[in-house]
Design a protein. Structure first.
Length: 100
């Protein structure tokens, strides 16, 4: 039996690997990239591991598709907010934007 801490560490590594593969495959096959994101979400839910913020921003919160700027994502800055528009489900997600 593997200890829970080791399981969580392995889950984080798998999530990172899946997102790297999604980034590579997004140029040719968008469905495969979406599948990698789905698998990463399932792993994170099963082992109760948070998806890192850098990767989480590239998942649509509503349809769970992989967001590619210029292809499946339209990003705008307005009133100190970063606005993501998913072209698959037509939903908008707003993130606070501040200069640091």
């Amino acid at each position: 039996m593997i200890p829970k801490s080791k399981q969580k560490q392995i889950a984080k590594e798998r999530i990172e690997t899946l997102f790297n593969e999604a980034k590579k495959s997004s140029k040719n096959n968008l469905e495969l990239a979406n599948r990698y994101v789905t698998l990463a979400r399932k792993i994170s839910m099963k082992y109760k591991v948070k998806i890192p913020l850098g990767y989480k921003r590239f998942i649509c919160k509503y349809c769970y598709s992989y967001l590619i700027p210029g292809r499946t994502l339209r990003a705008r800055v307005k009133n100190k907010k970063l606005i993501y528009y998913c072209t698959n489900c037509k939903k908008i997600k707003r993130y606070p934007f501040s200069k640091r």
